[in-house]
Design a protein around this ligand. Structure first.
Ligand code: NI
Ligand code: MN
Length: 228
């Protein structure tokens, strides 16, 4: 059994056979995060969906201290090169069999620019999500994305648990996330990427009501977990 803990915004802690990972570890500066980066030790992987600060977050510091491997796109790996971080580059559509299970990098409709100290953003490649195969179950982490027909293809893989953004403005809102559920048909769904900033205000219970009958919605408070 794997355990997935919601760390607020779009950050997850995944504990499974052979895997102790954070996904999009935006902890420092995230008012929703129940813990800071110092709370995590013995991480072996860190997954980063795209280059925006609310996803790249504390990835570099955590990867160095834990000697964890950062799994992200080729361009973000190039940006991380020279920072003393172990990396595993992937690209959208690619799948790889890690020792703990297979991971596929899925398409997302979004941006991925990395905020530079000054000047224009640094190229962060294509934004993505991930499908994790953990102990025979499939977890789809959508990342930041708009609604897309690609989700129908992801759904064909048989998704046990999906984390979908619902906050609107930068990603799908509730209306489109409900349509995403129709395409993905996950057994269970957890809403994310809402209420962190004023422009992504959304009521997760409204989302839960609208998907009732299609899937089981699980609304997690930061720090709460779901088992898969
Ligand atoms: Ni983003
Ligand atoms: Mn974001």
């Amino acid at each position: 059994m794997s355990r997935i803990t919601f760390l607020g915004h779009a950050a997850l802690h995944i504990e499974a056979e052979g895997l102790n990972a954070l996904v999009d570890p935006f902890l420092t500066g995230n008012d929703q995060a129940p813990q800071g980066p110092e709370a995590f030790s013995d991480l072996n992987y860190i997954f980063v969906s795209h280059g925006h600060g609310d996803h790249l977050g504390d990835a570099v510091e955590l990867a160095k201290r834990n000697k964890a491997t950062v799994v992200t796109n080729v361009e973000i790996c190039q940006y991380l090169g020279g920072k003393g971080v172990e990396m595993h580059p992937m690209q959208v559509g690619g799948r790889f069999a890690f020792p703990f299970g297979r991971v596929k990098m899925t398409p997302a409709i979004h941006g991925s620019g990395i905020q530079a100290a000054e000047g224009p953003a640094i190229c962060g490649g294509d934004p993505a999500g991930f499908v994790f195969e953990l102990e025979g179950k499939k977890l789809y982490y959508a990342g930041d994305t708009g609604l897309s027909m690609e989700m129908q293809l992801i759904g064909e893989e048989g998704i046990d648990l999906a984390f979908l953004p619902i906050g609107g403005n930068f990603t799908m809102d509730i209306e489109d996330a409900v349509r995403a559920v129709k395409l993905i048909r996950p057994k269970r769904v957890v809403p994310m990427h809402y209420n962190t900033f004023p422009v992504i205000k959304a009521d997760p219970q409204d989302f839960a009501r609208q998907v009732a009958g299609m899937t089981e919605a699980v609304v997690l408070q930061p720090g709460q977990s779901v088992e898969m």
